[in-house]
Write a protein that binds this ligand. Structure first.
Ligand code: GLC
Length: 607
């Protein structure tokens, strides 16, 4: 087929009313020119009870369409000049985030932590990491962001804690058989002298999942389980203390006004207490450490807790599961609100693959009534500009290798097209900091500065995740590009490439051909155009290699993944395009948004 058919395919059933984007607070309308410069901030720090009452509860469905921006605090903006991003840095850039048009910020763990895994090794959930600021800074940030109409989502890491956490230290000191060890998975080793590991589970960070302890008298002791690094001992979710403590942590942060919680490694918490080997082909629910049925009770109780607060407090799960039907079970109405849709992120830049992922995602979500999420990247995966510039543009942790040939120009074109495509799909949208600037993966970081345990535990084979965590360029022509203030005492914790001068916020903000401009426009149209966000999608059949679909009665997205220019379907006007058209034709690797009909007056209000 080489033209667009006028009939549309079956729409996905709509389960709820589409919602408008929430724009509470004093600064709802984006300004024409975004402010890259720090915005003066109010200094008052409301008490927790005051913050709690400020949570907007006027739109209980905000999360179904929300645009959520992921802040990797360490690399966002450094206010005190120590080379590490901090909460004061985020507070100084709230104007930028408002102008970008996001509804919520998700902060990767900001708590006290030895940073053995970038903060996913928490030693105290009730304290902010001193390099990032204080609890008062976090409270101020939450309330100031709300004043901009931006909600805050925190990250909890329930599968494991830091080995420096008091619980684990107490368990080590108390010794074998103690109640303190029951909160973890301590086991004697096998073999004549306990020298072999209790089982052969493989770590998500490659290597072993067990580390042997040393007894107080210096003899080798029990082993403990860690699905990730040894500095991240797994908690035993059969223990009531573990369940109680996590509910207290949720309350602690809900009381401070957070609007949602991202749940790290959400499908791993529960283990088969017999710790058996992983069977060759585990059936549904049969894996001893992944996706166990008992998890659903935990999330039901978290949902009850979230629902006991005013406003909708959203739970989003980090769930990597190949079985999309099992994935959807976590999204039943009394469990999590949403979960990250990693299937789409993992697919290559190929029309049939992406179409299959979109269809499978929508079909799996429909029966449980949950909206899909669309995620192009995060702090764990290769930046889209780099990934889409490769012959194999699919993503898998196991296949990451340094030195993969990459065409950044192709990658950038496709990342622009993908940004519009994902913003047009039904549900909520996640944007990882720096993707709005089109930052590529930094692949030549000096070896001695690398931090990621994934890199070290792979024996240096896997380049690790540092390359997508490099501090943002804000302005100027030389590093630190405004990430740290002038006269900073330290360089950014990871060095920024000199070429990022061209990618800084300042360099892009007034350039209509820039990635930042595209993102800002996309989010503006997404907010204003009826039919976008949550709601049905109707496919339009068109030429091979083209993804075309309608949202609402007046909007069509066309993404061209073929190798030739394609004609556009009938339309009234062009709302936005990721690349200039060629004589009215859509070039390869680009997306256009079309207005296809005037909104009838009765459709004017969005819902
Ligand atoms: C999640 C996080 C990742 C972290 C891991 C262990 O996958 O996104 O950054 O290393 O969990 O907590």
């Amino acid at each position: 087929m080489d033209h667009f058919a006028t009939s549309t395919s079956t729409a996905t059933p709509q389960l709820t009313q589409p919602t408008a984007q929430p724009t509470a607070g004093p600064a709802a309308e984006p300004t024409a020119q975004p402010t890259a410069e720090p915005t003066p901030q109010p200094t008052a720090q409301p008490a927790a009870s005051a913050v709690r009452s400020m949570v907007p509860n006027d739109d209980p469905l905000w999360w179904r369409s929300a645009v959520i921006y992921q802040v990797y605090t360490r690399s966002f903006a450094d206010a005190n000049g120590d080379g590490t991003g901090d909460l004061a840095g985020v507070r100084s850039r709230l104007g930028y985030l408002r102008d970008l048009g996001v509804d919520a910020l998700w902060f990767t763990p900001w708590y006290a932590s030895p940073l053995a895994d970038g903060g996913y090794d928490v030693s105290d959930y009730r304290q902010i990491h001193p390099a990032f600021g204080t609890l008062a800074d976090a409270e101020a940030l939450i309330s100031e962001a709300l004043a901009y109409g931006i909600r805050t989502i925190i990250d909890v890491v329930p599968n494991h804690i830091s080995d420096r956490h008091p619980w684990f230290q107490q368990a080590l000191a108390a010794g074998p058989g103690s109640p303190e060890r029951e909160r973890f998975w301590f086991r004697p080793g096998g073999g004549a002298n306990g020298e072999s590991m209790p089982n052969n589970w493989v770590s998500n960070f490659s290597g072993d999942t067990w580390t042997r302890t040393t007894n107080p008298d210096g003899t080798p002791g029990e082993w403990y389980l860690h699905l990730f690094a040894p500095e991240q001992p797994d908690l035993n979710w059969n223990h009531p203390d573990v369940r109680r403590e996590h509910e207290e942590i949720l309350k602690f942060w809900f009381d401070r006004g957070v609007a949602g919680v991202r749940i790290d490694s959400a499908a791993l918490l529960v283990k088969d207490a017999a710790l058996p080997e992983v069977p060759e082909n585990p059936g549904p629910g049969e894996h001893p450490n992944t996706d166990r049925d008992e998890l659903h009770d935990i999330y039901r109780s978290w949902r009850r807790l979230a629902d006991s607060y005013p406003g909708t407090r959203m739970l989003v799960g980090e769930i990597w599961l190949p079985d999309i039907e099992r994935f959807a079970k976590y999204l039943r109405p009394d469990e999590l609100h949403t979960a990250f849709n990693f299937d789409f992120l993992a697919r290559p830049w190929d029309a049939a693959e992406l179409r299959a992922s979109i269809d499978a995602t929508l079909a799996a979500h429909a029966p449980v009534g949950a909206p899909s999420t669309w995620v192009l990247s995060n702090h764990d995966v290769t930046r889209p500009v780099t990934r889409y510039g490769r012959a194999d543009s699919s993503f898998a942790f196991a296949t990451k290798r340094a030195g993969t040939p990459t065409n950044l120009e192709t990658g950038r074109r496709r990342a622009r097209a993908a940004a519009l495509l994902t913003a047009a799909l039904p549900g909520s949208l996640y944007i990882y900091q720096g993707d709005e600037l089109g930052l590529p993966e930094v692949e030549n970081l000096p070896a001695e500065l690398l931090q990621d345990p994934m890199h070290f535990r792979s024996g240096g084979v896997d380049p690790g995740r540092d390359g997508c965590r490099v501090p943002l360029p804000w302005r100027g022509t030389t590093p630190p590009f405004g990430f740290s203030p002038a006269g900073a005492s330290a360089a950014p914790w990871l060095p920024q490439p000199a070429e990022w001068a061209a990618l800084s916020v300042q360099a892009q903000q007034s350039d209509p051909s820039s990635m930042l401009w595209l993102y800002r426009e996309a989010l503006r149209v997404r907010r204003q155009q009826p039919g976008l966000g949550d709601g049905p999608l109707a496919w339009i059949s068109g030429p091979d290699g083209v993804l075309a679909f309608a949202r609402g009665t007046a909007f069509v997205n066309v993404t061209n993944l073929s190798e030739r220019d394609v004609a556009l379907p009938e339309h009234l006007s062009i709302l936005l395009s990721s690349a200039p058209l060629h004589d009215g034709m859509l070039p390869p690797d680009s997306t256009v948004w079309l207005r296809t009909q005037h909104e009838p007056p009765e459709n004017a209000p969005r819902h």
